[in-house]
Design a protein around this ligand. Sequence first.
Ligand code: FEO
Length: 173
Amino acid sequence: MVSRNLNTALNTQMNKEFYSAYSYLACTSYFQDEELNGFANFFLIQAREELDHGMKIFDYIHRVGGHCILEPISPPKKDFKTVLEPFQTGLDKERELAGEISRLFQIASSEHHAPTQVFLQWFVNEQVEEESLFTHWVKRVQRVLKDSNGILRLDTELLERMPEGGSAPKSSH
Ligand code: FEO
């Protein structure tokens, strides 16, 4: 059983993960409109990962006898000025999420709720990976920003990105 306080904090995080999925889906749509299908593929995989993160918390809340409240999802940003902007926005978002996961971990620690601390350990590690991934791509995109051939090369490379342990998504045409 979780306390009301911890339940609320988990619930808030779950909604943030679903919002992140929605945001990355908007990035997917932007790149599809630009006919950059590799970039769209990158963000579609990212959106599905965030949905999975939200679902992990959703399932966990139920397993520990809590209640889930699905909040309304605000419209995400979709109009970007450059191909760099979605990556920079993603990096900012991942840094923010990492801070939120840390705060959630602190709440679980202060309540001595070991199951939630163990559960959150996966998210702590995942945030290290996510920040590193976006830092890498922000730098790569910055480097080729003024070279349209470079953008197309990166687009081809990103088309090869596969979900962890799965096959390539189908919906980026
Ligand atoms: Fe759910 Fe990208 O952190």
